[in-house]
Ligand binder design. Structure first.
Ligand code: ACM
Length: 530
């Protein structure tokens, strides 16, 4: 009896030990096609097993100099998601198992600057691209394949993803003028773009309600022009030091910053700060008088448009604009400065054309190219000026006839500040109500008839801030629509359809919650509730 019970105990321990050993090495069959990746990759070849990520997994880079940021970024994001702290290594000896290898060794013209190949076996994860930017985009795919929160066992489905974007410009615009948003809010917004492989943040820095960027040669623009915002609350502005910090944060994540100084309309804050910019010697108060600030003469806190204009026929205006563009160009490494040009209803047409042509020449003289809202198509365009379609198909036709590139931001489809429906707690609806499926179901290449695909520069989803007072408001309007615009820009039209997309988007609800994103839970998306 005693002997037999000891034997039983012996066999029991053998069994337990065996089952622990096998369960550690056992791979859960997993399907890479069910990774719910947004934007949808070009090709996925699933092999049905899994890679187990654990505390021993190392992140190896073949080029410590160019890939240091990628490597550190990946370990930080993995830590945020699943709590593991992975070691970062580099050197000559490429690991043969138990590692994530980030490599820039390939030379594959099909992948371009942003494409990547992600190969996951039971032993190894190999992420390769032509350069660190492609690796960085691939890292976003890898992160989406991880669980959205802490798990006992972290497994990643095996297979190969080969991926590259349809359009080279995939952006969003954040209006920090109507309501002011500071550096930390802008960085959080950049993180959202990064996560969905977008690559441009256009910052709308000036408008009637506020001038938000420090200009050292004309300090009152920001110091006075930035004092308030829509509704009369406290405004603010970004110092040049902070702007440089934003540009650096964005550049590390392969996001281009495009600053916008809107002119000659949308300029009440500038006119109030420097009466030299007006023809009358003081800012006119032609907007509704109750919405002019009592505390700060000339500053506007309402949401009407089209009442302000710079004085276009005096040299002083061009001196100030030149100084502004010069300072901005000096701290903007990217090739573009956006010069607005929309809704200048108080500027005579011939004055508008004269002004916008001079503004473009100023931008060129500082080594940059201009971007302008679609009205700019009515002017003589400088070589390289990009026209941003938001409203007028007539302007699109003119732009195409002049050989210009078109950035597609149709207000009826791509404006993130439009309400989802009549019950949306914030947002406007002058262009349309844009439910999540409406925002997804269009394509830049066919939205305006008779525009050749070669003329399409890319896609941008602007978020105007008349009704957004804080980051929760931004998140409510951006999510869950922003990932859809990212997919429109990345994935060819032939590979996209709403029924497939909405299931993948639903799976991202858990990620939104993990990132504390205050998203709108549209009933068109089959969210999975916990
Ligand atoms: C715009 O929405 N005024 C470009």
């Amino acid at each position: 009896m005693r002997y037999s019970s000891n034997t039983n105990l012996f066999y029991f321990f053998i069994l337990i030990t065996l089952s622990i050993v096998t369960s550690c090495s056992q791979r859960t069959p997993m399907d890479l096609n069910k990774g719910n990746i947004i934007p949808k990759p070009r090709s996925i070849n699933a092999t049905g097993s899994s890679f187990v990520l654990n505390a021993e997994t190392q992140i190896y880079v073949d080029n410590a100099e160019t890939q240091n940021f990628n490597s550190q970024y990946l370990s930080k994001e993995i830590n945020k998601l699943v709590g593991l702290r992975l070691e970062n290594i580099s050197g000559k000896n490429t690991p043969e198992s138990g590692a994530i290898i980030l490599s820039v060794a390939v030379n594959d013209s099909q992948l371009g600057d942003e494409g990547y190949q992600l190969s996951i076996t039971e032993d190894l994860i190999n992420l390769t691209a032509n350069g660190p930017q492609g690796v960085f985009r691939g890292i976003q795919t890898l992160l989406q394949l991880l669980p959205a929160s802490l798990q006992e066992k972290v497994e990643i489905a095996t297979g190969t993803i080969i991926d590259s974007p349809e359009y080279g410009y995939r952006g969003s615009m954040l209006d920090v003028a109507r309501h002011f948003f500071d550096v930390s809010s802008i960085k959080r917004y950049i993180d959202f773009l990064v996560y969905y492989k977008m690559n441009v943040l256009h910052l709308h820095l000036t408008d009637d309600q506020g001038w938000r960027i420090e200009i050292k040669s004309w300090p009152k623009l920001a110091e006075y022009g930035g004092l308030t915002e829509v509704g009369g609350g406290k405004g603010g502005f970004i110092s040049q030091r902070e702007y440089i910090e934003i540009v650096k944060y964005a550049a590390e994540r392969y996001i281009l910053i495009i600053p916008e100084i809107d002119m000659p309309g949308h300029t009440q804050a500038a006119l109030a700060s420097y009466p030299e910019l007006t023809c009358e010697g003081q800012a006119r108060m032609v907007a509704s008088i109750e919405e002019m600030s009592i505390e700060f003469p000339g500053l506007y806190t309402g949401t009407e448009v089209g009442f302000s204009t710079l004085c276009t026929d005096q040299e002083m205006t061009y001196k100030i604009i030149n100084d502004v563009i010069q300072e901005l160009a000096a701290i903007t490494p990217g090739p573009y400065i956006h010069i607005g040009g929309d809704e200048s209803h108080s500027t005579k047409k011939e004055d508008y054309i004269y002004f916008m042509e001079r503004a473009q020449a100023i931008v060129t003289s500082h080594g940059k190219k201009s971007l302008g809202w679609d009205e700019i198509a009515q002017t003589n365009l400088e070589q390289g000026t990009v026209v941003q379609f938001w409203d007028s198909e007539e302007n699109v036709a003119i732009a195409v006839s002049k050989g210009a590139q078109l950035l597609m931001s149709p207000a009826k489809k791509a404006y993130l500040d439009m309400q989802y429906d009549s019950t949306s707690r914030i947002g406007l609806h002058w262009a349309a109500y844009i439910e999540v499926d409406d925002g997804y179901n269009w394509d830049p290449s066919i939205y305006v008839p008779n525009v050749p695909k070669e003329s399409i520069f890319g896609i941008e989803a602007p978020l105007w801030a008349e009704t957004t007072e804080d980051m929760d408001d931004i998140e409510y309007l951006a999510f869950p629509r922003l990932p859809g615009y990212a997919e429109i820009g990345w994935t060819p039209l032939s590979d996209r359809n709403w029924d497939d997309y909405k299931v993948r988007l639903a799976a991202h609800g858990e990620r939104f919650r993990a990132m504390e994103i205050d998203y709108y839970p549209s009933d068109r998306v089959p969210w999975k509730t916990d």
